[in-house]
Design a protein around this ligand. Structure first.
Ligand SMILES: NC(=O)c1ccc[n+]([C@@H]2O[C@H](COP(=O)([O-])OP(=O)(O)OC[C@H]3O[C@@H](n4cnc5c(N)ncnc54)[C@H](OP(=O)(O)O)[C@@H]3O)[C@@H](O)[C@H]2O)c1
Length: 298
């Protein structure tokens, strides 16, 4: 009997979908299939100084019986993917949702059983360079809740090109990521500038104050944030190259909707529910909603 390769679909071939495709390509026992709104012929990723090019000759083939479907969409893109998910998700297909925000499973429960869904957050600073090349700036860290599904997911990755972390407290991990990316993203998106702006003491102070506000909401919502988290985030921020962007700024500059509900929006919403005032995030949301107005009715 022939060896059957594991069929893995990747839905959403943007920054993160391209990075994941590049990481999984190293495992030759996988049969990869790609799904994207705009058809693509190649995926190009620059990682560790090496340019990887993956030829995509069979994009959006819905006839595949996928063992895994790895969803690399932003929260606001899930609604538009309903018909694709209905075609691709079979009773045995395991779903992995890689995105920012909280409560990843909720939008997927209409397609499969809860035990087939693995939530995942990724720390993978990625920049789009010219010609659709995505550059991975640091070794990606994928964080998933500890489970048997998580162990099976970890086995899809080979070698040392990514770190898969299993955690017993996924909620805290999600909140830390939301606090970090919403604060950095809002300041860069509103200033229209990259990380060089944090050389200005006033903006560094704004980062600290906004982060503190978000952390208060996270703690009230049940996250366990360590006392030196702000210091760690400042050290990380100051280690970034001045030209580092954020996905919110990139989306704004590219004329695409920004991921507001999954970031500052969820901080404001959870703040209200937990009676924590969020004046800075309220202001961020009020201003950033305007940039999204042309895409959504808010
Ligand atoms: N970028 C980063 O460095 C980074 C880092 C950490 C975490 N994240 C998180 O990872 C998640 C994914 O972000 P991203 O930066 O990869 O987003 P992205 O670059 O915007 O990629 C999304 C991709 O999904 C495709 N898409 C959108 N709607 C679709 C649909 N209905 N059917 C099929 N394909 C569809 C888009 O296609 P088109 O080509 O047609 O636009 C695009 O290629 C987000 O939650 C983000 O916050 C990102």
């Amino acid at each position: 009997m022939g060896f059957k390769r594991t069929k893995v679909g990747i839905l959403g071939i943007g920054a993160i979908g391209s990075a994941i495709s590049c990481l999984l390509k190293a495992n030759t026992s996988l049969d990869l299939h790609f799904y994207n709104r705009t058809p693509k012929g190649t995926i190009k990723v620059l990682y560790n100084g090496i340019e990887n090019e993956i030829l995509v000759d069979d994009i959006n083939n819905y006839n595949q019986e996928l063992d895994w479907l790895i969803i690399c969409l932003k929260e606001h893109q899930y609604n538009s993917a309903t018909s694709t998910l209905l075609k691709l998700v079979r009773p045995h297909t395991k779903l992995v949702s890689i995105r920012n925000g909280l409560y990843h499973k909720e939008p997927l429960l209409e397609y499969t059983k809860e035990e087939n869904i693995l939530e995942c957050i990724i720390d993978c600073p990625t920049q789009q360079k010219q010609d659709d090349i995505y550059q991975i700036l640091r070794k990606p860290i994928l964080t998933v809740p500890e489970s048997r599904l998580a162990r099976d997911f970890e086995n899809l990755f080979q070698g040392e090109n990514a770190t898969i972390k299993q955690t017993f407290d996924f909620k805290t991990a999600c909140w830390k990521k939301v606090c970090e990316s919403a604060t950095l993203g809002a300041i860069l998106c509103l200033s229209g500038e990259t990380c060089w702006v944090f050389q200005d003491d006033e903006l560094l102070e704004l980062y600290k104050t906004a982060l503190k506000e978000s952390i208060q909401v996270a703690i009230a919502d049940g996250a366990k944030i360590e006392v030196d988290f702000i210091d760690k985030m400042i050290a990380k921020l100051l280690s970034y190259p001045p030209e580092k962007s954020s996905s919110m700024l990139t989306d704004r500059l590219n004329g695409k909707p920004i991921e507001l509900d999954a970031k500052n929006g969820v901080i404001v919403e959870r703040g209200k529910q937990n009676c924590i005032a969020t004046p800075i995030n309220d202001l961020f949301v009020k201003l950033l909603k305007k940039t999204n107005k042309k895409y959504f009715i808010l």
